[in-house]
Design a protein around this ligand. Structure first.
Ligand SMILES: C[S@@+](CC[C@H](N)C(=O)[O-])C[C@H]1O[C@@H](n2cnc3c(N)ncnc32)[C@H](O)[C@@H]1O
Length: 451
């Protein structure tokens, strides 16, 4: 699938989608430093462009005809830490919606802070996207459950032409794992990069664990050298066991490596200031002054950038800004895989248990309700996981499925009826978003005891 990214920054989202198997054909961002870093690390298809000037990009976008447009429009105006008023930047969310609605790719993905969901600009953009025929899945996810040791809550909106709202929510929820901790990333005995001796000087020999290895040849199979030691900065972090993260509002500043790190911001490499040191949070397990300080390389990895990624900018502040802005690549890769699985008919939307109770409330026996639910699931599989916002289209697609055509009359009408009932249930507003199971974080007292 061909992808165009808007507001690409240095390329966290592009990197993840590329890892999932998408072909990124163009990326746009107004910040030259971010575009340079993108082009150095991902491929030379990012361009410096002001996306507020919609007309200057529409012709090129139409020519590129992407299958998917993705982007994380700038979000500081909705950010819970900053001003709440929705100023110029927030309008770029609307620009994103208008660009998608004009170019009409089959799919789109938009990322933003969770507060954006309540903003009037997103409501406006949402109307534009609905009018352009997109079914929307709006999922709030925590990055620590999608492959990085960071509790970063973000809104992901996935749209696909013609679908029912919520069509991908169960697949995104199903991809969630146990929260990843800093120890999972930095306490590993597996090296952050691997050595595959190159066959010529033009090729590199060091490969990250997040990318496919080069073709394995006999001489590239080497055991891990006994002399291998984790990077000294990682070893120091694990030995210390705690880091400082400047708290938002009056939160806890000291974090254990047995937790995920909080949301990465531009201040992630800061030492605690005098204000925090003189009135630390009562639940801090050790003194903030004794914690390890994260290096830029570690912050970059916590944000999902691989060890081989090269940052260049005239200031540390710019590098931290690009890192903090990014969608962690493993998160984007998870969303990307959920999209590809659906596109290729390998997944179907889950039918909620509530459908069963709804059927029972309408007078069905439990057995008959269970049969109807399983028939609806079968119909979804015959539709290769597609849902249609218009029931008539859903039924027409079912009629044209080869397996359906080969069935006898009665089972055919049972499947039609099951889809009708499911549509009725969903129209009554039962389309819930499934949340990943809540797993309790380790209590802070235990962390303190361990310290
Ligand atoms: C939240 S960041 C996106 C980060 C990106 N998704 C990633 O994964 O690295 C928002 C980006 O929007 C860019 N931006 C802000 N105003 C813009 C404009 N008018 N036109 C294009 N890009 C703009 C910023 O430079 C910033 O890189």
């Amino acid at each position: 699938m061909r992808v165009v990214e808007l507001f690409s920054g240095a390329g966290g989202m592009s990197l993840g989608l590329k890892q999932a198997g998408f072909d990124i054909v163009r990326a746009y961002d107004a910040w030259p430093v971010a575009v340079e870093n993108y082009n150095r690390n991902i491929g030379s298809h990012a361009k410096v462009t002001d996306l507020g000037d919609i007309l200057s990009v529409v012709p090129e976008l139409l020519r590129l005809a992407p299958d998917l447009i993705c982007g994380g429009p700038p979000c500081q105006d909705y950010s819970s830490a900053g001003r709440r008023e929705e100023a110029d930047n927030a309008k770029l969310t609307l620009a994103f919606g208008i660009l998608v609605a004009t170019v009409r790719p089959t799919w789109f993905v938009m990322e933003n802070v969770t507060n954006a969901a309540k903003s009037s600009t997103w409501q406006e953009a949402r109307k534009v996207l609905k009018a352009a025929g997109y079914g929307l899945t709006e999922s709030k996810i925590d990055a620590s459950r999608y492959g990085v040791p960071q509790s970063r809550r973000r809104l992901f909106v996935v749209g696909r032409q013609g679908e029912r709202d919520g069509f991908l929510a169960s697949s995104i929820a199903a991809a969630a794992t146990q929260p990843m901790t800093l120890r999972d990333m930095f306490g590993s005995t597996v090296p952050a990069a691997m050595y595959f001796p190159a066959t010529s000087d033009a090729r590199r020999s060091i490969w990250g664990p997040d990318e496919p290895a080069p073709t394995i040849r006999e001489r590239s199979i080497r055991p891990l050298p006994v002399s291998y030691r984790p990077h000294p900065d990682d070893a120091a972090l694990v030995e210390n066991g705690f880091v400082y993260a400047r708290p938002v509002r009056a939160g806890r500043g000291v974090r254990s490596i047995d937790e995920p790190y909080p949301t990465v911001t531009r201040t992630a490499s800061e030492r605690p200031g005098p204000k925090y040191l003189s009135s630390p949070h009562p639940a801090d397990p050790i003194a903030a002054s004794s914690t390890a300080v994260l290096t830029i390389d570690q912050i970059s990895r916590i944000q999902g950038f691989p060890a081989w990624w090269k940052w260049e900018a005239s200031s540390k502040r710019d590098i931290l800004q690009m890192i903090a802005n990014a969608v962690p690549a493993p998160v984007a890769a998870s969303i990307g895989r959920a999209i590809l699985d659906r596109e290729e008919g390998r997944s179907t939307p889950e039918i909620q248990g509530g459908f069963l109770q709804w059927l029972v409330r309408r007078g069905r026996s439990r057995q008959s309700a269970r049969n109807t639910k399983s028939l609806a699931g079968r119909a979804r599989r015959l539709l290769s996981g597609r849902t249609f916002s218009v029931l008539a289209l859903e039924l027409a697609a079912l009629e044209s499925a080869e397996e359906f055509k080969a069935m006898k009359r009665n089972p055919q009408s049972d499947l039609r009826q099951a889809l009708r009932l499911l549509a009725e249930y969903q129209a009554e507003g039962h389309q819930r978003r499934k949340r990943p199971r809540q797993i309790d974080a380790q209590p802070i007292e235990e962390l303190a005891k361990a310290a």
